[in-house]
Design a protein around this ligand. Structure first.
Ligand code: RB5
Length: 144
């Protein structure tokens, strides 16, 4: 059973609700790691548990959202098994999968419309990793 992880802070909460509707319409399963309201909170509290679940194989990938996307992406990328890519247009999302084999899609909740986010999501989840020279490059990312 393939389960996607979701996480956000207060600035990403509304877009995460939209993402859940999009996933529900496609009958895709997810686990929501929070936050669960618009109350001010700290994105690492939700990003770290989702990253650990992906590294443990409990989730096959993730979607993460904060205001700019940067705080949550920086947090997720502290984990050796995570390649979190900040995507704000579909072309970047396509290349995050194609070239970076990104396993977490990060979006900037305060700087993206639902219409664009839908295209970013569709690109991310329909694009396969290219491999080849890009595999060689991502093999060099982890700090041993
Ligand atoms: C919250 O105000 C904001 O700082 C956070 O969502 C994010 O943009 C940080 O990178």
């Amino acid at each position: 059973m393939k389960v996607l992880g979701l996480c956000c802070d207060h600035a990403g909460f509304e877009l995460k609700q939209f993402v859940k509707q999009w996933l529900d319409a496609k009958k895709l399963l997810y686990k929501d790691f929070g936050t669960y309201s618009l109350d001010s909170c700290d994105y690492p509290d939700f990003a770290h548990p989702m990253a650990l679940a992906i590294e443990a194989g409990e989730c096959y990938a993730g979607v993460a959202i904060c205001g700019t996307g940067n705080g949550i992406a920086i947090t997720l990328n502290k984990h050796q098994g995570i390649r979190a890519a900040l995507c704000w247009i579909p072309e970047i999302s396509y290349l995050a999968r194609r070239h970076n084999n990104a396993n977490v899609l990060v979006m900037p909740g305060r700087y993206i419309t639902n219409e664009v986010a839908e295209k970013v999501l569709a690109e991310f989840f329909s694009t396969d990793f290219e491999g080849g020279r890009h595999q060689r490059r991502i093999d060099k990312i982890p700090i041993k």
